[in-house]
Design a protein. Structure first.
Length: 504
């Protein structure tokens, strides 16, 4: 099974190379996108099964032992994230067959799409912090190219805001890496976890942990440096917005969870209070920002910020149930948020706009689309029996058990405000009469059977996932609990990596 570990990197790398070589053959690129992402999903699912059954899987690249070589490590959390990456990659690839014009693939859309997925998967697989930095930079370069591809004014403006804040995050990340390496002489996370326990200067380690918290907080779009996300995610084409919404901020959340359960655990009474306070402020600022918007993708972008707060909330509480809630919430949110951006993409495809004032009447003209909006929208708000209800329930119960009343009340209030935003979109886009301009725009846009299949099939699949997770929540809840158990028992991770290094 260890031979499968590099596959989530090699498959997108191969697809990116072939897409670049066949950059004039748009049909070939589209086939590679769907086939490659589907294969990645299958491989990731196999890895998840192996990890859940047999324990943490490790591969030492080039036969160099840890901590000297490059370690690829898959535990339950990283395997879950790889499956989500494969599922979202495949769904958006199918959606792009109709939603992406023929112009951008000739200028590298699918090449950058695959390199983005390679960077995301590399971040989940790596066992050392320097290579985490490398994969972050692969993601940053690919995402900036995808955001700017087409050179439209709004795209370039959004891309500049996006890259500026992420470069700041990189500066904090590099500074933290340098100080940490100077103190410990290693950047392998398993090796670091053994060294920091007995390190003499615990105060400096706490300072370094705060640098990492800022770096990954920016990547996650957490309070207070989150404004790059709603300023940029509504500008690129719909497939780009959807894959960004589903995956990119979750890489930052994953890095926070990994470091603050494995490495920086000696001063949890201080660092996790900061994480918990940041989670509450992230929830509030995101949801209040969404309430003030009048463009569908901007509303959804602010809600990405808000929902990141729930994921960090479980880390801040640092109990088995809370961490399990964070894992469950990540799964729920990746599926739901990607789906909502795909729905927004169909609306933009038909009318050419996502402005609420210019839209209306979709409950009559496209009733199936209205249903597929309601499912993820109500799940995002936390209504039973959908996936979001159980995700929020786990976190709120965990907070009450720890007597963290403020964060629990904040989470409940944000859920009601999220419902208000989703109702606002429903009333403006689906329920009110359609303006004449939108009717005219829809009449001019071809609406072929191929378009309907490519646009609706991923939306249907993700909506079905949302319903199934809600109706059959127990299997995912059990998997989330086992993932949280591994996170709270770092010795298992340490043994898997360092013992693998000394095996004959």
């Amino acid at each position: 099974m260890n031979l499968l570990l590099p596959a989530p990197l090699l498959i997108p790398l191969l697809c990116a190379t072939l897409s670049l070589l066949g950059r004039r053959a748009v049909g070939v690129q589209r086939f590679l996108a769907v086939a490659g992402c589907s294969l990645n999903l299958v491989v990731s699912a196999c890895l998840l099964y192996a990890v859940d059954k047999d324990g943490i899987q490790v591969m030492q690249s080039g036969s160099w032992p840890a901590p000297f070589g490059i370690s690829l490590v898959v535990d339950r959390l990283s395997a879950i994230m790889l499956v989500l990456s494969g599922l979202m990659g495949a769904a958006v690839a199918v959606f792009s067959l109709a939603a992406m014009d023929r112009h951008r693939p000739k200028f590298g859309f699918y090449f950058f799409y695959h390199t983005l997925l390679m960077g995301v998967n590399g971040s989940f697989l790596t066992g050392d912090l320097f290579n985490l930095y490398v994969w972050f930079e692969v993601m940053l370069m690919s995402s900036f190219a995808l955001m700017s591809l087409g050179s439209e004014r709004a795209q370039l403006e959004g891309g500049i805001k996006y890259v500026a804040l992420n470069v700041l995050s990189t500066a904090f990340f590099l500074a933290a890496l340098g100080v940490l390496y100077g103190m410990t002489g290693t950047l392998n996370m398993a090796h670091l976890a053994t060294i920091v326990r007995s390190a003499g200067n615990q105060g400096m380690l706490t300072t370094v942990s705060l640098l990492f918290m800022v770096a990954f907080g920016i990547k996650s779009a957490a309070f207070p440096l989150f404004f790059w996300l709603p300023a940029s995610y509504h500008t690129p084409p719909s497939p780009v917005s959807a894959i960004f919404a589903g995956l990119l901020t979750k890489v930052g959340v994953y890095a926070l969870i990994r470091l603050f359960t494995l490495v920086f655990v000696t001063d949890a009474a201080f660092t996790h209070v900061i994480l918990l306070a940041g989670a509450g402020l992230t929830m509030l600022t995101g949801v209040l920002g969404a309430a003030a918007q009048t463009e569908m993708r901007r509303i959804l972008s602010f809600h990405i910020v808000s929902q990141v707060g729930y994921m960090i909330m479980g880390l801040g509480l640092l109990t088995p149930l809370a961490l399990a809630g964070s894992v469950f919430y990540i799964v729920h949110h990746v599926i739901v948020k990607t789906n909502l951006f795909l729905v927004a993409g169909v609306i933009a495809f038909r009318t050419g706009t996502n402005e609420l004032m210019a839209l209306g009447g979709f409950v009559r003209t496209m009733p199936w689309l209205a249903l597929f909006f309601l499912i993820p929208a109500m799940s995002l708000a936390g209504l039973p029996p959908l996936s979001g209800f159980f995700a929020k329930l786990m976190l709120i119960v965990a907070s009450f058990r720890e007597y963290s009343w403020v964060i629990a009340i904040t989470a409940l209030a944000v859920g009601f405000l999220t419902l208000y935003s989703m109702t606002k979109i429903w009333n403006e886009v689906f329920w009110k009469p359609m303006p004449p301009a939108s009717s005219e725009a829809m009449a001019k846009v071809p609406w072929t059977v191929r378009d309907r299949v490519c646009l609706f099939s991923p939306i249907m699949a993700l909506a079905l996932c949302t319903v199934l997770i809600g109706i059959c929540a127990e299997p995912l809840f059990g998997l989330s609990e086992r993932a949280a158990g591994q996170l709270l028992n770092p010795d298992e991770y340490i043994r898997a990596v360092l013992e693998e290094a000394v095996r004959p």
